[in-house]
Design a protein around this ligand. Structure first.
Ligand code: 5AD
Ligand code: FES
Length: 347
């Protein structure tokens, strides 16, 4: 099994059978070896630096109805909110003071924010903070919209593919959504010139080892700059309320595999990982992740952006999360970098 880890590190790839064996590895000696290799590769590219991204969850309205997501359209119990441009600018200003040099605007697919409104917000943020990177996470849009946002100054775009297997995709989403369009968006974003992030939930309902192999093969082909993965966690007001959450162990193994497959990738230890285990984010970093994304949203709206149950940090001020994460990263021998934290194309 160690030979498989070495092969992956050496070549960035495995056969389908080998991927399966590595994805399902549970032997503590092998997983520790895997984590250690992934940490070494992370350090070759990024040293001990962990990048922080200030997440601004600016709307929880969404026109989609994904079966796993707490802010899905059909959740009538969700208390909906939208941030004004002034509120978003305030979040950025406070975040800048705290050392953030990347802001992530994330929201549901909310028609209220027209292309005109978005490009205005984007160009204002870039005008006020020219030394910062701006990441968007707004879901599926047209090529023209993506282009307009890019020309307004957006640098990066996060759009998790959720699963690369079509049958699986259709079990997670209603018929109005398609994997083909999802993938098309990702390729278009790349073509436009964004740094692009894809990703999926670990342990989502109906996910099989074959699905995960397809996820890895898709990511190998897309060659994204960023990959976001975290455990699926049920939300009580969704069709998947009774489903089991993804596990810490499976998420850590996948983080390491992704680090070895895409050595320079920007890979967050996600809030969902911190939610299923109190040390989840630290363990994620120790398995090869190199990004954390604390919340910059106003405390008044935090508890409303509930994609899943028991989400951490919903009561904490931005500054508390910032310094909490700094302590956590230092406790494992890493440091938080005050920089844009761009992708390193080669070393
Ligand atoms: N558990 C974990 N992650 C979730 N997401 C949405 N709902 C859940 C859930 N119940 C993830 C999706 C989405 C990202 C913003 O959050 O992968 O792309
Ligand atoms: Fe939010 Fe620790 S990161 S309280």
């Amino acid at each position: 099994m160690k030979r498989l880890v070495d092969k992956l590190q050496g070549s960035g790839s495995l056969t389908a059978e080998e991927w399966k064996r590595l994805i399902t590895v549970r032997d503590p000696e092998i997983t520790e070896y895997l984590f250690e290799r992934a940490r070494t590769v992370r350090e070759e590219y990024y040293g001990k630096d962990i990048y922080i991204r200030g997440l601004i969850e600016f709307t929880n309205y969404c026109k989609n109805d994904c079966y796993y997501c707490g802010i899905r359209r059909s959740n009538g119990k969700a208390d909906r909110y939208r941030l004004t441009k002034a509120q978003i600018m305030d979040c950025c200003r406070a975040g800048y003071e705290l050392g953030f040099r990347t802001f992530v605007l994330q929201g549901g697919e909310d028609g209220y924010y027209t292309d005109e409104k978005m490009t205005d917000i984007i160009s204002s943020i870039k005008e006020s903070h020219p030394d910062c990177a701006l990441t968007l996470s707004l879901g599926e849009k047209s090529y023209e919209s993506y282009k307009a946002f890019f020309h307004a100054g957006a640098d990066r775009y996060l759009l998790r593919h959720e699963t690369a297997n079509e049958e699986h995709y259709n079990r997670l989403h209603p018929g109005s959504m398609s994997l083909a369009y999802r993938k098309q968006c990702l390729y278009e974003l790349k073509e436009i010139g964004y740094q692009v992030g894809c990703g999926f939930m670990v342990g989502s309902p109906y996910q099989t080892v074959d699905c995960l192999v397809e996820d890895l093969l898709f990511m190998k082909e897309l060659n994204p700059h960023m990959v976001g993965i975290g455990p699926f966690i049920p939300h009580h007001e969704t069709p998947f309320a009774q489903r089991k959450a993804g596990t810490l162990a499976q998420t850590l193994v996948l983080l390491s595999i992704i680090r070895l497959m895409l050595p320079a990738v920007l890979l967050p230890a996600t809030t969902a990982l911190g939610t299923i285990n109190p040390k989840g984010r630290e363990l994620g970093i120790l398995a090869g992740a190199n990004v954390v994304m604390p919340n910059l949203s106003p405390v008044t709206v935090r508890s409303k952006y509930m994609l899943y149950d028991n989400k951490i940090c919903t009561g904490d001020e931005a500054a508390e999360c910032r310094f909490c994460l700094q302590r956590r990263m230092e406790s494992i021998g890493c440091r938080i970098a005050v920089s844009r934290g761009d992708y390193k194309s080669q070393n």
